[in-house]
Design a binder for this molecule. Structure first.
Ligand code: UDP
Ligand code: MG
Length: 324
């Protein structure tokens, strides 16, 4: 069998050499035919330079694709999946938080007939607050999203060829891959591993980005929030109706009751806020439609290892072109 390893890299110059060495050691010991597909996601540091160096003279074994700018990890994964030619594909981070040693186990489980082999990380070493927030989030989100999202399950997984093809058949612009993986289904098996600290460099996640990611997870896979808006609106109209009847009846029985500006104020502000929230929600869905209708490419390629070899050949006719 041939195994493809897809590695999105964004500003990973500090760790990429180490990663490359570790992954090659692991794969060589596994005795599988493999290829490494690095995706440079528009890094601003020396990552591309390192990738050029690491893939030089290793055509067929290692190659890279470099984006014209930072398109995000999802785009990187997509490019890698498109590029990968293996019977099975492993997606993993470049920062060694996904231990290469686990690939052996993944391949074993793949050979046992599973289409998706998922490594689930523990939360050792995470800040307790972040752990608690994540737990709460997953409980909340799973109660209303149509696909199952699991805490600790990320992009570190092995996918069979047909699972990869299924993912590639989904052309959506807004790619929430945790949801996509779950949506395609197939025979999935999960195993746990201990969370590891980054090999070097630093995380690209800021708090705001995490919040946005969380919202994506809720909105990307259903229209239940819109449903919720309908229920909430209906409930409010009912309450307002009841209140109006009560006030009218009381006014007829005991004469009009002049004070009541607090009620009025609360009603106006509360309803105003609620309307803004619902408008924002609808806007969120419309925004998604807007992006989908543009049909823009998910990423733009600036250079690949193959194109570099070709360019080199144009310069000097003795340059070697290794067929992929
Ligand atoms: N990454 C990427 N594009 C981005 C951000 C991150 O390709 O815009 C890559 C990054 O190089 C790494 C992986 O995605 O290989 C995970 O990123 P990071 O380690 O920052 O996330 P964390 O592990 O903290 O969730
Ligand atoms: Mg990381």
């Amino acid at each position: 069998m041939r195994l493809s390893i897809v590695v999105p890299c964004y500003n990973e110059e500090a760790v990429i050499d180490l990663f490359d060495r570790r992954i090659r050691e692991t794969l060589d010991s596994l005795a599988v035919d493999y290829e490494l597909c690095y995706i440079d996601d528009g890094s601003g540091d020396g990552t591309l330079e390192r990738l050029r160096h690491l893939t030089r003279d290793r055509a067929g074994r290692a190659r890279y694709i470099s984006f014209s700018r930072n398109f995000g990890k999802e785009a990187g994964i997509l490019a890698g999946l498109k590029d990968a030619a293996g019977d099975a594909v492993v997606i993993m981070d470049a920062d060694l938080q996904h231990p290469p040693e686990l690939i052996g186990r993944m391949v074993e489980l793949y050979r046992a007939g599973h289409d998706q082999v998922v490594a689930r990380r523990g939360r050792e070493g995470d800040k307790p607050v972040r752990t608690a927030v994540s737990r709460l989030y997953y409980r909340l989100v799973n109660s209303w999203v149509d696909v199952e999202l699991t805490d600790g399950v990320g992009d570190f997984r092995l996918l069979s060829r047909r699972a990869v093809d299924a993912l590639l058949a989904m052309p959506e612009y807004n790619r929430f891959s945790k949801g996509l993986f779950s949506w395609i289904g197939f025979d999935t098996v999960t195993f746990d591993y201990r969370n590891a600290a980054r090999g070097a460099g630093e995380t690209k996640w800021r708090f705001g980005a995490l919040v946005n990611y969380g919202l994506d997870g809720m909105i990307s896979f259903n229209n239940r929030p819109l449903r919720l808006a309908i229920y909430l609106g209906t409930a409010l109209v009912a309450v307002a109706g009841l209140y109006a009847v009560t006030v009218t009846v009381l006014a007829m029985a005991e004469g009009p009751d002049v004070p009541g500006y607090v009620t009025l104020l609360v009603a106006i502000v509360g309803l105003g806020g609620l309307q803004m929230l619902m408008l924002g929600l609808i806007g969120e869905y419309i925004g998604r439609i807007y992006y989908e209708t543009k049909r823009r490419p998910h990423f733009l390629v600036k250079e690949t290892s193959a194109s570099r070899i070709l360019t080199a050949r144009q310069v000097s006719p003795v340059g070697r072109v290794d067929a992929r």
